[in-house]
Design a protein around this ligand. Sequence first.
Ligand code: F6P
Length: 349
Amino acid sequence: MPERVAVLTGGGDCPGLNAVIRAIVRRSLNLYNYEVVGLMKGWRGLLEMDYEILDREKVSGLLPRGGTILRTSRTNPLKVDGGVKTIFENFEKLNLKALIAIGGEDTLGAANQLYAKGLKVIGVPKTIDNDLDGTDYTFGYDTAVNIAMEAIDRVHTTAESHNRVMVVEVMGRHAGWIALESGIAGGADVILIPERPFEIEKVCNIIKHRHEHGRDFSIVVVAEGASFHSDGQTAGKLILQDADVDAFGHVRLGGIGSFLAKEIENRTGFESRVVILGHIQRGGSPTAFDRVLATRFGIAAIDLVNKGSFGQMVALRGNKIVNIPISDAVQKLKTVSEELYQVAEVFFG
Ligand code: F6P
């Protein structure tokens, strides 16, 4: 009987997940003769024994497909009653050699805690937010940035035609990577990110200055997690969709774009509109960069399984795929540096 390796996808989906799954299955079948068990809906699949065997046929045609054939959830096994015990029992029942967890800070945070308890797990970093530490890039991010950049390009022509301020709200809960890089690439006039709480008045001044010096439209790119100071307060205020938190303690963000567009219009008198890109940034086909990165990550992950290097996460450093302890990746988030933000600031106003 072949040895068995399980794979799961957890947290928000992102383009490239299917490419990782395909690479794991193809490498497993070609080289190691492992049987690959696909766990459905993240950690929930292992808790509920919801799985399917992934053979060559199942992964055929997956490379360009967005989303994840394994589905996903934000289930936190450490928050489920008896969850840890069930994870270990079901790991044994399925007769697994190892588990590959593909996820961001939450999924890999859980993987790290379970590894500390003895689970044979390997991590693969994914998130469109690009905020996972220890890797230069996560797959999904390049696709999201390109989608956002294209949207900004489109918004440009309509902003110009109507002499409007267009506020484009992009994803990015704690880190402003998508806002920053899509904003630089799209030629935004102001970029607002979670790392840098902003003052509404200063944003308005930048726009007024621009409009007094020959331009009559502006593009503002704002990350959903950007916060603002209002009138002398020191703590940044966030705009939330509602106060509920998920199993990992995250609130639902969103709304800063609409709020800001109204404030800009009221304070400057310039007609303003908002575009909220939302999940469009996470949907659809991955870019070539993400397909290749996801493929390289998948191959490296199954190679680590073969070596028995558990508790490790594959990562991109420069152009090399390396492995680092999962614990190193989940200690803190990778945020936008001051140096990079200063590049964007050159083009403000
Ligand atoms: O973590 C990725 C991400 O897309 C964040 O940018 C965003 O805040 C969040 O997921 C949205 O989550 P959901 O799909 O659950 O609304």
